[in-house]
Design a protein around this ligand. Structure first.
Ligand code: TNX
Length: 533
């Protein structure tokens, strides 16, 4: 078959399938108990997380082989890079070369086609259509980001050993199917606190790579707190050099050079993830107050701090020097941050009277705007007079959320009792804290952002974000244990339509993910395998 004929065939099949779906979409979901003890599992749907919007098997099998290729069209650098990412993810375990080919020029079967051509704009920026037939996988998206998200679904459709770092036997089969998918929220975030304990660039990148597997698209990095300042600011070098020298419990400190930070940003960007840097202020600033005496109202530098208290200090909000300092910090940070957001913390300023706090927040918002960025802060900022476009991150206080919404401010939902991944799973969890309660896996799954606070609906919410605070977490392995599986719960909350969410079905799919994590050698909290009962 010539390249033209193959393309024509693909297009005709996409048209045909779309028509088929139009007819099928109204049919009801079949529930059954093939899963033994776990009820309400849909036997037709693939065990993918987050659950796609539409997924229908078509009764055949596709097999990836040693001659399979990855075709990309159009052959832009960006789409070739996505092809290479897929090749990298599939070639170690299969041992196949899976060449990325920029023109459809042979008639061999079992290929994968990644294309943005003739795609339906209704898929949006991150949506995709994945058509797996016996002879060809067609992944079509309106934007390259959609191809990247669809690749994560495709990876999860292969047997779990596809994630092995060494060659495995196969066969690499997928039940043929049609998936049409797009996200519920545009903000599906994960936050990592690198201030209470420091994490190396390679640890951060490993975490980002795992997040991408679950279609998370925002990586919020908490770069400063009382116990450490983690980003080099060239005009105030002691912040990182001195203020970054400690961690909680006297553990090793550390900081990122601006080049390190840019590497993290580039790594995230290649996974269609936006980095949101946070410099916490005016409280949570002891590391800065120890590094420069002039940031203190009494002109005396504080001692470095390695405890785990919060809210006990503040920048001197009355002093012009404070705003010169913040102008420099935000200017440098904005210059190395291609994403549109700067997070300024703003939480737990317990030593400041409210009017002074509000005055500070309003001044800082102007600095953030001066450097062309959109401001985000924890919910406390909602008390100030904010400009529309600024975003408030809900964590615990309903009335602040309602005040924000009344002022036209949009919310990121990070409710502590549901999604703070540093909370213990139960009383026996060795790591973590419990001030927001224990959060078992079901609790972290079974909630809806639009039903949490009366009066706050999806039109006020831009999405969800799961923070990992690291007071008690010293290594990436500790972070993995607290994040997995609960980060995956929040990934599904952020992506899957509320009407499709179902705990029993999710629990079943989670067991399959656990097998993947064993292959990937992730440290995770195991839920009991009810399939074995
Ligand atoms: C609250 S959430 C904090 C953090 C702590 C965390 C511990 C928020 C904005 N502030 O400073 O690390 O609790 O769970």
């Amino acid at each position: 078959m010539t390249s033209k004929k193959i393309r024509a065939a693909v297009r005709v099949s996409i048209l045909f399938i779309t028509a088929f779906l139009f007819v099928q979409c109204g049919t009801s979901k079949i529930s059954s108990s093939i899963s033994g003890v776990i009820q309400n599992v849909n036997p037709d749907e693939a065990k993918v997380i987050p659950l796609p919007v539409y997924d229908k098997p078509t009764g055949n099998t596709f097999t990836l082989t040693s001659t399979s290729k990855i075709y990309v069209e159009p052959a832009t650098d960006e789409i070739i890079n996505i092809g290479n990412y897929l090749k990298e993810k599939l070639s170690a375990s299969t041992g196949y070369p899976l060449s990325v080919v920029t023109a459809i020029k042979d008639s061999s079967l079992e290929n994968i086609l990644l294309t943005t051509e003739n795609a339906d704009s209704s898929l949006g920026d991150e949506g995709y259509k994945l058509i797996i037939s016996k002879d060809l996988i067609t992944l079509q998206a309106y934007k390259p980001a959609g191809l990247f998200r669809g690749i994560q679904t495709l990876r999860q459709l292969f047997p779990v050993s596809i994630e092995s770092a060494s060659k495995m036997p196969g066969p690499w089969e997928i039940a043929t199917r049609i998936i049409i998918d797009h996200p519920r929220y545009k903000w599906r975030g994960a936050m990592l606190d690198v201030a209470r304990h420091f994490f190396s660039v390679s640890d951060v990148e490993k975490y980002i790579d795992l997040l991408a597997y679950y279609k998370i698209n925002i990586f919020h990095i908490h770069l400063s707190d009382d116990q450490g300042w983690r980003i080099m600011i060239n005009s105030w070098p002691n912040l990182a050099k001195y203020g970054g020298s400690t961690s909680i419990d006297g553990d090793a400190g550390g900081y990122y050079t601006q080049k390190d930070f840019s590497d993290i940003v580039a790594y995230a960007k290649a996974r269609y993830m936006t980095v949101v840097p946070e410099i916490d202020m005016p409280s949570h600033t002891n590391a800065a107050l120890a590094s420069y005496a002039e940031l203190n109202c009494d002109g005396k530098a504080r001692s470095l701090y390695t405890g785990d208290d919060v809210g006990f200090c503040s920048l001197c909000v009355d002093s012009p020097e404070t705003y010169n300092f913040l102008d420099d910090v935000i200017k440098e940070l904005a210059a190395i941050t291609p994403g549109p957001y700067i997070h300024v913390g703003g939480d737990e300023a317990k030593t400041l009277p409210i009017p002074k706090y509000d005055y500070f927040v309003e001044k800082v918002e102007k600095i953030v705007h001066k450097y062309g960025k959109q401001m985000i802060g924890w919910e406390e900022i909602s008390n100030a007079d904010l400009t529309p476009g600024t975003i408030s991150q809900f964590w615990v206080n309903d009335s602040l959320a309602l005040k924000a919404v009344k002022d036209g401010i949009k919310l990121i939902m990070s409710p502590a009792p549901k999604i703070y991944l540093d909370m213990k799973y139960d009383a026996s969890t060795k790591l973590g804290q419990d001030w927001a309660g224990y959060i078992n896996v079901k609790t972290s799954y079974d909630w809806d952002p639009a039903e949490l606070v009366k009066g706050i609906t999806d039109k006020n919410i831009i999405g969800v974000e799961a923070p990992v605070w690291t007071e008690t977490l010293k290594t990436l392995s500790d972070v993995e244990y607290m994040a997995f599986p609960r980060i995956v719960c929040s990934a599904e909350i952020g992506w899957t339509p509320a009407a499709k969410k179902n705990w029993n079905d999710f629990e079943y799919r989670l067991l399959v993910q656990q097998e993947r994590w064993d292959v990937m050698k992730i440290n995770y909290y195991k839920i009991p395998d009810k399939r074995l009962n």
